[in-house]
Ligand binder design. Structure first.
Ligand SMILES: [Fe+2]
Length: 262
């Protein structure tokens, strides 16, 4: 793993050392202030390109195309909102997904299963332990977005999202987010409507470099990936971990997300 991850800069393999503690503290602080942290240069030079070379043939021929119109909640309706409420404005998401079972032995899967990474992530999220997911499809997904495609506005279902950017688009393909647009107590529908109309001055855009690990708290922070432009597709790995071992998706979830049960 020493050749893949920059363990000099990010000492994940030295759990409990002062430098490991410092990295965890910095990550915790960034999460509480910005709702995210980024480990730029997490991959050694050339590794993101290597990971892309491994995945691209599968992406080009066997990825699942997911195209849908949805609102920011990914729900057909919200009981307290009229169907034409501007907070329910529909947006379009198009992506191409490669699942973990299609890339066995790849660099991305080795990183996902690297136990010191799992332990470091648990520490930054204040969890006693995290476990890799058992689901052969969902444990890791690599998503590609091509010219004209985007992951549109949404709130995440999970508390944290962990991604590793492998390739950036020529233009666009940036993470745009609006921190704490809602809270567990206040859905702030008017604020949601304002954001969707492009009138929220607090929306921020983050331009990430390939090889960056991003941990993001997206339950109440609205976010999207802006429309990709140019010939190079944006490619990003999404890692799923759970507090209990052995987590599987249901067959319906697999069919819904990937178009196949196994
Ligand atoms: Fe998200």
């Amino acid at each position: 793993m020493e050749d893949i991850l920059d363990l000099d800069r990010y000492p994940l393999d030295r759990e409990g050392s002062p430098e490991w503690d410092r990295l965890v503290q910095q990550s915790l602080a960034a999460l509480s202030v910005d709702g995210m942290f980024n480990l730029e240069g997490f991959l050694r030079p050339g590794i993101a390109e290597q990971a892309v070379r491994e995945i691209k043939p599968v992406m080009d021929t066997r990825s699942h195309v997911h195209k849908r119109l949805h609102n920011i909640y990914f729900k057909p309706s919200i009981p307290e909102l009229a169907p034409d409420h501007p907070a329910l404005r529909k947006v379009e998401t198009i992506s191409h997904t490669v699942c973990a079972d299609q890339i066995p032995g790849s660099t991305v899967m080795a990183i996902y299963e690297y136990e010191p990474l799992v332990r470091f992530l648990a520490a930054t999220m204040g969890k006693a332990r995290l476990h890799v997911m058992q689901d052969p499809l969902a444990r890791t997904n690599v998503m590609a977005y091509r010219a004209g495609e985007a992951l549109n506005w949404h709130f995440d279902r999970s508390e944290f999202t962990i991604t590793l950017l492998l390739q950036q688009a020529e233009r666009g393909g940036d993470l745009e987010y609006r921190t704490d647009l809602r809270s567990d107590e206040d859905p702030n529908y008017e604020g949601v409507a304002r954001l969707l109309e492009g009138r929220d001055p607090e929306a921020r855009v983050l331009h990430m470099k390939p090889g960056t690990l991003n941990v993001f708290r997206g339950k109440n922070t609205a976010h999207r990936v802006t429309t990709v432009q140019g010939d190079r597709e944006r490619m990003i790995a999404v890692f799923s971990y759970y507090e209990k071992p052995g987590v599987m998706f249901s067959e319906e979830e697999r069919v819904g997300f990937y178009g196949r049960a196994a």
